[in-house]
Design a binder for this molecule. Sequence first.
Ligand SMILES: *[C@@H]1O[C@H](CO)[C@@H](O)[C@H](O)[C@H]1NC(C)=O
Ligand SMILES: *[C@@H]1O[C@H](CO)[C@@H](O)[C@H](O)[C@H]1NC(C)=O
Ligand SMILES: *[C@@H]1O[C@H](CO)[C@@H](O)[C@H](O)[C@H]1NC(C)=O
Length: 644
Amino acid sequence: MQNFAAWALVALLPYVQAQVPAYGQCGGSGWSGSTSCTNGYYCTSQNIYYSQCVPGNAATTTTSVSTSKTSTTLTTTTSAVQSTSRTTTSTGATCTGTFSAISASDYVAKLHPGWNLGNTLDAVPDEGSWNNAPVVASTFQTAKDAGFKGVRIPVTWAYHFTGSSPDWTVDPEWLQRVSDVIDMATSIGLYTIVNVHHDSWIWADITASDANITMIEEKFSRLWYQIGTKLACKSSLVSFEAINEAPCDDASDGEEINKLNKIFLQAINDAGGFNSKRVVNLVGGGEDSIKTSQWFEAPSGFSNPYAIQFHYYSPYDFIFSAWGKTIWGSDSDKSALSTDFQLLRNNFTDVPIILGEYDASPTNTEPAARWKYVDQLVRSTSDLNYALVLWDNGLDHLDRDAKTWRDPNSISMITKSTSDTSNSLPDSTEDKSATSQSSSAYIFHQHGTTVTDQSLPFVFNGNTLSSIADSTGSKLTSGTDYSVSGSNIIFKASYLSKHFSDSTSPGVIADLTLTFSGGDSSPIVQLVEWTTPTLSSKTAVASAVSGSDLSIPITWGGLKTVAAVKAVTSGGQYLVDDFTQWFGPLQEGRATYSSQYNWDTSNVILTSSAISSVISAGITTVFTFEFYPRDNGAVNAVNFTLTV
Ligand SMILES: *[C@@H]1O[C@H](CO)[C@@H](O)[C@H](O)[C@H]1NC(C)=O
Ligand SMILES: *[C@@H]1O[C@H](CO)[C@@H](O)[C@H](O)[C@H]1NC(C)=O
Ligand SMILES: *[C@@H]1O[C@H](CO)[C@@H](O)[C@H](O)[C@H]1NC(C)=O
């Protein structure tokens, strides 16, 4: 029966796409292939970069199934904890050696700053399935060398069970692999969090309409008993996090997540060893600060020192490049960020808190705005004693093969700054009513125009400029190549002419590293020669290209990124998210990165979802791709028209 809705939907599509095999990629940033999975699998978003075909059916279940959730919840609320402690009759693991017990607040202090080994042991179905190769020990050393003290190792267990109910046996080889990876981190002194990660939506989603809560509790308990047994004798550097971002819609889900925390504690304590003294991370709904504040209750009857872990990706539109939001840093932006963290602290005055995931990624956020964000986030959480653990999916920050950081300035502030630090930063447009966006993270020169002095505003924050060096390490001469006047750094035409001329090809021409007398910020300012990009085609018929993403070859004209995309119908309406009309000139009518548009090294991409929107609106739509520097579509933008 559950298949019926899915097949009916397929039948309505104009034609059937090629089907992605089991565990294949079916979407995500840059994906232009099929989004439809082979029978018995459905396409689900793992993150903005990757969607994958996983077993089962999408949550389009029928009414008869959805009724099972509530009834099961109500009738099985107490059995799992008790039955688990009964079935795990052994006295638990016995360890040789000693355990240097540590308080949760000391643990949190020492974990900071932390880094996430994202999209690795949490990849589905297996380590190596996503964009990262299996982890090697030197990756942890690279993180440590950069100044990180802790690491969170997300682990997805879903496809490593070799047994089913009631034992839910986990593949011993996988337990061994997880144990070995933990040792790679702890052997160099990194504080290490290990968890149950994407299981939260694969089999442990308590909000799913067909969730069998008894099964989830049983499996969760058995899983943590086996993890707890395998890792029982690990040192106090290792802490356990109950579950990653457990879906949670309401107070009763919040209560069930409190219960999962309790089942987790019971299971690891039953497993013995040092687990009764081990620091644990307990969680609220979705590891969301608001739901955690509303519904989290610490379980009683356990002696484990505990911290609360939460995640923060706010404001959503800036972090995920939704609705043309490429600007951040006004006073109200900053105070909103600080207030969020302060409010959570007010609600948990005595509890150590771990911010286990946050990330303004260099892959999609504008650098001057990003550095302001990182500076504010790091400094405003510092006095609140939050441990920060940066999310990194392998495409964001650390290039694990090259062992280089894609945005060293963010890493420097994250690993060093405290509330007392005064960082000097490139200034940028902060005003939502602006019709263009400036950024001192770049020196832009429009191809074919005269090279003139360029005056870039900086937020010096009490420091003075010490030096400017190019990527060979050679220093620019103060007074000749540049000068400082008030809060501006003026790059002289005579210097810029060495890089920019009529014969310069568009692109990034040079990287200049600025250092200041104080603070941890050494921003890289890029010299960019730009001209308006061109597309190989300007129009397509929506119905002829529907069903998959449309890649349009582009000749880039400067930075090889799309800043924003505006989608306006020939009737003058915004194609999607009409509410953006209230968001200011650079955001109105703008679509969302990854949902509606994308790009790769040689194409801009309209997603199949954007194409479907045109087909269902039934009206020709102009997509305006905008680039940096943003000028609201005036010059540095190209149009692509989807006709109906
Ligand atoms: C729910 O899970 C329990 C434990 O695995 C199992 O005994 C029971 O049959 C399941 N109920 C349904 C409706 O599948
Ligand atoms: C903390 O509690 C207050 C009410 O006491 C609530 O308004 C606020 O949103 C909570 N903080 C967070 C981060 O949710
Ligand atoms: C794109 O199309 C819109 C609407 O037709 C027009 O106003 C705008 O000038 C065009 N922009 C470019 C860069 O061609």
